[in-house]
Design a protein around this ligand. Structure first.
Ligand code: DC
Length: 228
């Protein structure tokens, strides 16, 4: 099989190591990587900017009908444009993350982003990273992973990630916000965070990125005949 047609999904809660591993795996396999959370975050940023009432279905529907989100990798930086406006930096804040978790429970939002994600995948295959990529977006993916880690470790990773991005954050509030977001993502009715029945489960606590990467590559080789 040509790697360019591959679809691999990586789901799990925040801080489990999904983004780092998705990026590395995509580089190794030479296929695009889609950070699906960036799409939800972009909708959230628009909701905040336009002061949309998320309990008002008409307002939300109208926003979703007029979305114009474009994403592009420039070397290892993800450029996200919303109606031509660069939101790459803005979407990484905790406030936007929290709002992304709230609006991701809404049917209009999930419907709009589902179509967009499937269009992107249909072009060249992809490594999809998110919460429902193995269960809903690409249920026929060739290989599915579900990454998880102990909550304290996930909180610490998330804290360091935000610090590296130059954000002024407090460990306690990052952990609190992570717990809240995880609960919302797991308990929502639509496409809740959970492993697909055929997903490979990997606990990344106390494991190096390199070790998890090799474990994932082993599974990819086992499931499909591809040179990696
Ligand atoms: O991965 P992230 O932290 O950037 O995602 C932000 C929020 O977007 C997350 O809390 C829930 C939502 N999301 C989703 O519902 N489904 C996805 N496939 C990806 C993200």
């Amino acid at each position: 099989m040509r790697a360019s047609r591959l679809v691999i999904t990586i789901d799990g809660p925040s801080g489990a190591g999904k983004s780092t591993l998705a990026r590395l795996l995509a580089l190794r396999l030479g296929i695009p990587y889609l950070d699906t959370g960036a799409l939800y975050r972009t909708v959230a940023a628009e909701v905040i900017r336009r002061r949309i009432d998320i309990e008002d279905d008409d307002q939300l529907e109208s926003l979703c009908r007029n979305l114009d989100i474009r994403i592009q990798w420039i070397e290892d930086r993800l450029l996200v444009l919303s109606s031509g406006r660069d939101v790459s930096q803005e979407i990484r804040s905790e406030r936007v993350g929290q709002m992304a978790s709230c609006i991701s429970a809404k049917a209009a939002v999930r419907r709009a982003l589902l179509g967009l994600q499937r269009q992107i995948v249909a072009k060249n295959g992809a490594i999809l990273e998110g919460r429902d990529t193995g269960t809903v977006v690409a249920p026929d993916a060739h290989v599915k992973f579900y990454l998880d880690a102990r909550a304290e470790e996930r909180g610490l990773r998330r804290f360091r990630e935000l610090q590296e991005q130059g954000m002024d954050v407090q460990l306690e509030s990052v952990i609190r916000s992570m717990y809240q977001r995880d609960r919302q993502d797991r308990e929502r009715d639509l496409a809740p965070l959970r492993p697909a029945p055929d997903a490979v489960l990997i606990d990344t606590t106390d494991k190096s990125i390199a070790d998890v990467m090799e474990e994932m590559i082993r599974h990819v080789r086992k499931r499909i005949h591809v040179e990696v």
